[in-house]
Design a protein around this ligand. Structure first.
Ligand SMILES: [Fe+2]
Ligand SMILES: [Fe+2]
Length: 323
């Protein structure tokens, strides 16, 4: 369950000021940090800060708007709009945040509530319970760090990988979250320790609430943004492995362009470089060049200006989409 803090329907845009985004919804600040962005954003817009930190702006906003609107179904973006290198950077940093900052910080605060001179063993039992939860989370995140994310790295760099994301899809459950929920409720209902400051107890409890929400949101980003984008990448990689058909000399029928060739034409007429097209479609530069040679031969059009006319006439782009 995501807190009321997230329940404001609002869509942030690339032109919004980053400072306004943080001011409007401070709970999003951790997401900003996990994308590698630091404070001191001045009067810069979201897109400027993204560019500065080499983060794909549409991926950043996809996560911000999805989590910021309570991870609602209608805020799940199209997988094509997700840049996996940027999302991976975010997910890896989120794991570091949970394992090295958020969870140890809660543990330190829980230890602070233990009064060793008292015979009451309840706080120690709570600590033990927390430790077993921590280990479950660590095992979950380690599996993703060591198995799932390297698989995506391999796909992005066109290396073979024996893993498939379906294995992750079926195994990805968030049982550890249930444990944190339980711990929260045990503390609320049964933790009464007169020797411990209520403020200290409230402090650790509110950290547990926040951590629970962040872990839930993290799991949902993986299931609804990361997973579909990786599935798409796997499909494209298997397409890549099929040989790229080379057309015969003399064929000039434009309808022979494959969907992938049409995507490349669109990239060219929108002014993208071959490298940018390769990155956008998750294919190698060489593959783009091969497609471009095939396109030129099929259409008998060799210049970007010629391709622009072809793309407009054949409805691949609208004139107003071109700068
Ligand atoms: Fe994760
Ligand atoms: Fe996960």
């Amino acid at each position: 369950m995501i807190s009321k803090n997230y329940h404001t329907t609002h869509l942030f845009r690339p032109t919004d000021l980053m400072a306004e985004l943080i001011n409007r919804q401070y709970s999003l600040l951790q997401i900003v940090s996990r994308f590698g962005m630091s404070l001191g954003v001045g009067e810069k817009s979201v897109s400027e800060v993204c560019r500065e930190h080499n983060v794909d702006c549409s991926t950043f906003l996809a996560v911000i708007n999805y989590v910021g609107n309570g991870c609602r179904q209608d805020f799940i973006p199209e997988p094509e709009t997700i840049s996996l290198p940027s999302l991976l950077k975010y997910l890896r940093e989120s794991h570091t945040y949970f394992l090295e900052y958020s969870l140890p910080s809660i543990r330190r605060k829980l230890i602070g509530t233990v009064n060793y001179s008292s015979s009451n063993e309840f706080p120690l039992l709570i600590l033990k319970y927390y430790d077993s939860f921590f280990e479950e989370v660590r095992a979950h995140l380690d599996y993703e760090n060591k198995t799932v994310f390297p698989h995506v790295d391999a796909l992005l760099t066109h290396h073979p990988s024996s893993f498939t994301i379906d294995a992750f899809d079926t195994e990805h459950d968030e049982t550890a979250d249930g444990k944190l929920n339980e711990l929260k409720n045990i503390i609320i209902r049964y933790y009464s320790a007169p020797s411990v400051s209520n403020y200290a107890l409230n402090d650790v409890l509110s950290d547990i609430f926040i951590c629970n929400e962040e872990l839930n949101a993290h799991g949902l980003v993986e299931e609804n943004l990361f997973l579909p984008a990786v599935k798409l990448l796997e499909e494209r990689a298997s397409e890549e492995n099929e040989s790229i058909p080379c057309c015969e000399e003399g064929i000039s029928d434009a309808s022979l362009l494959s969907p992938r060739e049409k995507e490349i034409v669109i990239g060219v007429v929108k002014g993208l470089t071959n490298k940018e097209i390769a990155d956008k479609l998750y294919i190698s530069l060489n593959t783009v060049l091969t497609h471009r040679r095939n396109i030129a031969r099929k259409l008998e059009i060799h210049s970007p200006a010629g391709l622009t006319i072809y793309a407009i006439v054949n409805g691949l782009v609208k004139i107003e989409e071109l700068e």
